[in-house]
Write a protein that binds this ligand. Sequence first.
Ligand code: PHE
Length: 448
Amino acid sequence: MSASRGEFTSRFGFILAAAGSAVGLGNIWGFPTQTAGNGGAAFVLVYLILAFFLAYPAFMAELVIGRHGQANAVTSLRKISNNSTQRIFAFIVGFGGIVCAALILSFYGIIAGWMMSYAVEPVTRVVGLTAVGDWVISQSLARNLLFVSIFMFMTVSIIRFGVEQGIEKWSKRLMPALIIILLSLIGYVMTLEGASEGLQAYLLPDFSRVLDPNLLVSALGQAFFSLSLGTSVMIIYGSYISRKENLVTLGAQVTLIDVSIAFLAGLLIIPAMYVAQASGVTIFGEDGSLVSGPGLVFSVLPALFDGMGSMGVLFSFAFFVLMSVAALTSSISMLEGPVSYVVENHGVERKKATTLIGIFILMLSCIIVFNLGTLLDFVATLSTEYGQPIIGMLCCIFVGWIWHRNNLLSELQSGYEGVEHSLFWKIWPWYTKLVCPLCIGLVFFNSL
Ligand code: PHE
């Protein structure tokens, strides 16, 4: 992105930044946890369908709104509104997304802090500070407060000192490294006893669960969470894409990267749970379902690394460092939402806005840390399972019902000449207008 309004320097730059936002804890912590909590393969199947058939079209809607508006979410939505009622609606949707991003960051920072603490632990072990290592990975108020503060400090610092350099440089190394480490861990797990049973649980769906309303809401929320939708983030990232770029393929590439990494993470964690079971760990609850919850990844993975001997220390360090970086490239995108709004629409200086909003969100995180048992789940469910799909759906309504079709087409034509003859243009406009809002609405109606 350049200094003025900002634009990604290359198509590669955008893919990296958007994939950096999309790939994060949602893929490696959220997806496996949800899969375990919702009956394994049935969840995977529904997730894949919803990610490609609902989240991708909604993702395209946000990108195109942003590139057309060349501004933060509220302003971009206002630009396609035709009268004052629609402009009020634009404010509600845009501002709602910004609030949603702030709420997500407030709980995201806590989990990211856990990732960082698990990255520090192997180091303490190598230098012989075992007691420190034990403290660092045990649940305590002080540990949580310390690490969420460090994480938020890093997020704020990156946004203050130049996003351009930051995101592109970090993401470029992150993605390949993440994929390599996931693949090697999957290869290792597959050699262990219990893995094939885990593979079955991950890949062979129990079709009777596929229409379970709770599973549907969770999978929808997970798909929107993973692609960073309904939070104003992709509208802003869209606003940084050059008019020379083809939005349709860019969006598809980012979706593919995101979904693939989540799938790989599940392919590691679920079999690793069954491997742990083979060595005596209980992985089923009293009702016979797989245990899950926010701590799942933090118990399954360290157990796996422990079994790898001295190599395990190295893997554990590399894995949790990569996870912390992945969380950072996502958290900076979340903070960019509220910051760009306050800077562009209220004339606050960028560094000042970043620090103030960062402190405010950290205060929210601290409130959650003090009430971890109740608030973590509540804020996560509220923002990801309700906030994101609802706001994402409202963006689809903007594109489908409010934006003039010809203007929408001419926006897509820049960077993609002949889009009007493509399959995309034959399907996507009515799909976004009718199918997306209807399906998202149905999932909610069903869950009530
Ligand atoms: N998509 C990110 C992840 O999977 C989380 C995120 C949500 C980022 C909303 C930005 C906005 O971890």
